[in-house]
Design a protein around this ligand. Structure first.
Ligand SMILES: Cc1ncc(COP(=O)(O)O)c(C=O)c1O
Length: 442
């Protein structure tokens, strides 16, 4: 099928309101990549050009685009049942997926156990929203009704709903909604280069000592705060934060929407610290980046806190909760991780990312670099923050060289599919270095 690229761009510019995009700048200054096909780490434009997808399309395509086994699982499920509701009835993919997910969930919670129940929703934001509502309702009906506030890290990002926005620490994203947000304490982040690990932990310790009676849960992005600019912290912080939450009996929520499914090395970032949360949020790579599908995993204690009659049930559920297509694909994702030894085979690729980014520290115009698992990041010297312009100049250079390298302000990063072929990874790393050098030398 031939595609009229000009028509697509004209319709897009006339009608489509893009996410996280200044629409006047977009309308006037952007000639968008028009993706007509995606395969593995590659995005193919209607004009015949191909681009390496450096961020796995907003961190979702952990197994690359259009993995043939996921496409086949989708087609198989579509023949049987595209959608049926999950209220009081069920279907095989949801039941099998919940069982498989609990089987791979992290262990090491307060009672040494893991996560035993799964609540399905649509995306990362709703997985977090579910965790917040579960926490508040649990305490409301289990003897601690004053626990209605939350705690999160500075510069945290947990999604787009009003609940998730309340947790968010990026001022630019919070500002318009300040008047309608739930109360959330923002703690100094252990990933903030200006904050020491000790100070971050002391702040959490002090907050819980003072406010544990009013806090329903502490929410963290374990090991890496993605949207903050790939801020990384030590596993020791996670271990200590888990222990503090246990001591004060406040729920510890791990938002593994970005970090799960091997992005940082192990299946879950919590496993760096050998801990399990009370609630775990997963999305993005959870459905192989193919369908909007998410889950919130809970301990037996939390689940059982909703038993005891109709008054105590969790009155929450999206239309597409547990969607059979999404569930069938998510189940196949777990099989692919196992049978294709995805984590094991990603380890040498992660080492290559670490090596290449460490080397880029000596490039002119680079302030610092870091890496963890299949993430490599560098800060450009100069203006920081989400609106900084230098990242977009690197983006333009990378696009000319064949990569989609969307920055986070002045932070340039890669988070490619975990199974990116070695030659493509080398090409991507070379493009990053060349593009940064081109901007610094300009
Ligand atoms: C840690 C984290 N939580 C939640 C979300 C929200 O996920 P979604 O965009 O699927 O709603 C994101 C999105 O980037 C995220 O990085």
């Amino acid at each position: 099928m031939t595609i009229d690229r000009e028509r697509v761009v004209a319709l897009d510019k006339a009608r489509v309101w893009h996410p996280y995009t200044s629409m006047d700048e977009y309308a006037q200054g952007v000639d968008p990549i028009v993706v007509v096909r995606a395969e593995g780490p590659w995005l193919h434009d209607a004009d015949g050009r191909a681009y390496l997808d450096a961020n796995s399309s907003w961190w979702v395509a952990s197994l690359g685009h259009n993995h043939p086994r996921l496409v086949a699982a989708l087609a198989r499920q579509a023949r049987d049942n595209c959608h049926s509701a999950l209220a009081g009835m069920t279907h095989p993919p949801a039941a099998e997926l919940a069982e498989a997910l609990c089987g791979v969930a992290p262990r090491g919670g307060p009672d040494g156990g893991g996560l035993e129940h799964v609540f399905f929703s649509d995306d990362g934001s709703t997985a977090v929203e579910v965790a917040l509502k579960l926490s508040v309702q649990y305490w409301a009906q289990n003897g601690r009704p004053a626990r209605t506030r939350f705690a999160a890290l500075g510069e945290a990002f947990h999604g787009e709903t009003i609940g998730a926005t309340a947790l968010g620490g990026v001022e630019l994203f919070r500002r318009p909604f300040r008047g309608v947000l739930a109360e959330c304490f923002h703690l100094p982040s252990p990933g903030d280069p200006s904050v020491s690990a000790e100070r971050a932990l002391e702040a959490l310790e002090r907050l819980l000592a003072r406010e544990a009676d009013t806090i329903a849960c502490v929410v963290v992005e374990p090991m890496v705060q993605g949207a903050a600019g790939m801020w990384m912290h030590d596993a020791a912080y996670l271990r200590a934060a888990r222990a503090l939450c246990t001591r004060h009996d406040v729920f510890f929520v791990a938002d593994e929407v970005f970090t799960g499914y091997g992005r940082t090395g192990p299946m879950w970032a919590c496993q760096h610290a050998g801990v399990a949360p009370d609630l775990l949020c997963t999305a993005k790579g959870f459905s192989g980046g193919m369908l909007p599908m998410a889950a919130t995993l809970a301990t037996r204690r939390i689940h059982d806190g909703f038993l005891g009659g109709r008054e105590r049930a969790f009155y929450y559920g999206h239309s597409f909760c547990g969607n059979p297509l999404g569930a069938a694909v998510a189940l196949e994702v777990l099989r692919v991780y196992d049978e294709e030894r995805v984590l094991e085979r990603a380890a040498p690729k992660a080492a290559r990312i670490a090596e290449a980014f460490a080397k880029m520290a000596s490039l002119r115009g680079v302030a610092r670099t870091r890496s963890l698992g299949m993430i490599g990041a560098l800060d450009l010297a100069g203006d920081a923050g989400y609106l900084a312009g230098a990242g977009w100049r690197v983006y333009d250079e990378a696009r000319r060289r064949g990569a989609y390298l969307r920055p986070l302000g002045n932070v340039i990063y890669v988070a490619p599919p975990l199974n990116i072929p070695d030659a493509d990874l080398e090409r991507l790393l070379a493009i990053v270095a060349e593009s940064v050098a081109a901007v610094a030398g300009a």
